[in-house]
Write a protein that binds this ligand. Structure first.
Ligand code: UDP
Length: 223
């Protein structure tokens, strides 16, 4: 986490526009068949391991990876960093009211933190309005919660126009941080069993999670 925060800090300081992706096994499997998503992920300036499945695969391939850095775990220390550095934050996405609630919480926790929000939509027809709202606030860090791959494709579309130093796709992080969706207990996360908790609490995810056995098979086979 400390390394990830330092990398994000360096990217903000560098200016320009950077994409940060929080990659999980569903991303990896989708990118195998979705060329556009694969292109956008390859263009990311930083890919964080969103969960133990990616850490496991990386280690099997000889990459020393100390542990996962999920979007939901990154946001609180990142908000603290932004407060310290005087950097503006923008929360985009999730259901109406969710980003607004998280923005109020973060502002209450970090007096002086500039944090804007907009639920918006990942539909290209909403781009004009959303990009104008974001551009008006000139955030240093933009957190986009449209779910993958929509959020990464949205950041890719917006990149040239917005000039936001760091845009991060954070999936369902706003829902977790506002308590709308429960997180697996710490011991389950450490044991790499968060997927089982999610399957029980959010059974509609079963379709998306069906790729996990194929992912594990390919990791073991080194494919
Ligand atoms: N979401 C959204 N617009 C969409 C689809 C999803 O704002 O068109 C939001 C949804 O409300 C949720 C977040 O995207 O807050 C991510 O959902 P998902 O379950 O895909 O994320 P994960 O839990 O896999 O990170």
């Amino acid at each position: 986490m400390a390394t990830a925060l330092k990398r994000v800090e360096d990217l903000v300081e560098a200016g320009g526009t950077h994409l940060v992706a929080t990659v999980n096994p569903e991303f990896v499997m989708r990118a195998r068949s979705d060329r556009e998503f694969a292109r956008v992920l390859e263009s990311a300036d930083l890919c964080l391991p969103d969960g133990s499945g990616v850490v496991w695969a990386a280690r099997r391939q000889g990459c020393a990876m100390p542990g996962p850095v999920t979007g939901v775990d990154l946001i609180p220390p990142l908000a603290a960093l932004c407060a310290t550095r005087g950097w503006r934050v923008f929360l985009l996405g999730a259901a109406p009211g969710v980003a607004a609630e998280l923005a109020s919480r973060l502002a209450a926790e970090h007096p002086g933190l500039s944090v804007a929000h907009h639920a918006g939509s990942a539909e290209p027809s909403a781009d004009e309005e959303t990009m104008a709202l974001v551009a008006a606030r000139r955030p240093h860090v933009l957190l986009v919660a449209f779910g993958a791959p929509k959020q990464e494709l949205w950041i890719d579309r917006a990149r040239a126009r917005l000039r936001v130093p760091v845009a991060i796709g954070v999936g369902g992080a706003f829902d977790y941080l506002t308590g709308r969706v429960p997180r697996a207990p710490e011991w389950m996360r450490r044991a790499g069993m968060e997927w089982a908790f999610r399957l029980v609490r959010q059974p509609w995810r079963a379709g998306r999670m069906a790729v996990l056995p194929a992912y594990a098979y390919r990791v073991i086979r080194g494919q």
